[in-house]
Design a protein around this ligand. Structure first.
Ligand code: NAI
Length: 219
């Protein structure tokens, strides 16, 4: 309660669930998204493309201007990629790393001057289990999340002494539009969904709300 949070990719999926969880706990929340139309009522929807530093800087400035401060950043915007290294073009590599890794660096850099003024500053990045276990057909996606894990440790080390905690969550497969779009790229989406459910320790995909509780805890 009393804190202000900015959630990238807050317009859908895990980000939207995080927005709702933080609001329920009393935070004032901004959803930074290329399409912020999904932001619930009472949440500040801010158009933001994490690929574009000017867009990110403007969005963070808007949050601070409208909500007066910034205490929590949830770097959650991310995109998927399916394939082995043989399937992926240089353009694919640039596009996914730009969103999933450099996007987090851009948002964090814009937010840090504001976080330093907070008594309860925290950054939570959305990593993935793909950072630490081999998943088939996810070479680029896994590489991007491996980079997120390394970035999280590095940022935590850089900023802990100034009172800014940096953590990440590493969900298993979460049933969102992200997964449905990826499933659609497989020859047999129903078979792939069954395989995805089966490879989760709990026998089903995680819900966005389950991830949101973990993010709120770390924040
Ligand atoms: P989603 O596709 O349902 O939602 C992603 C949101 O990010 C959308 O609102 C989209 O408009 C926004 N977005 C996309 N590109 C953007 C950009 N350049 N700038 C600003 N916003 C942008 O995805 P989902 O499943 O909620 O994923 C969110 C995060 O969770 C991603 O980082 C993803 O890698 C990660 N993750 C997802 C898992 C899953 O199985 N769904 C598992 C583990 C991690």
């Amino acid at each position: 309660a009393g804190l202000v949070a900015a959630v990238t990719g807050g317009g859908a999926g895990i980000g939207l669930a995080v927005v709702e969880e933080l609001v329920a706990r009393g935070a004032r929340v901004a959803a930074l998204d290329v399409d912020p139309s999904g932001a619930p009522e009472g949440v500040l929807g801010v158009p933001c493309d994490v690929r574009d530093r000017a867009s990110v800087d403007a969005a963070v400035a808007t949050v601070v201007r409208e909500l007066g401060q910034l205490d929590i950043v949830v770097n959650n915007a991310g995109i998927s990629a399916v394939g082995s290294v043989e399937d992926l073009s240089d353009e694919d590599w640039s596009r996914v790393l730009d969103v999933n890794v450099v996007g987090m660096a851009r948002v964090s850099a814009a937010a840090l001057p504001h976080l330093r003024r907070s008594e309860a500053a925290a950054i939570v990045n959305t990593c993935s289990i793909a950072a630490q276990v081999g998943l088939p057909q996810r070479a680029l996606y896994a590489a991007s999340k491996g980079a997120v894990l390394a970035l999280t440790f590095a940022m935590a080390t850089d900023h802990v002494a100034e009172g800014i905690r940096v953590n990440c969550v590493s969900p298993g497969t979460v049933h969102t539009g992200f997964v449905d779009r990826m499933l659609a790229t497989f020859p047999d989406p129903a078979k792939e969904k069954a395989a995805m459910d089966a490879r989760q320790a709990i026998g089903r995909m995680v819900t966005p709300e389950e991830v949101a509780v973990a993010v709120a805890y770390l924040a």
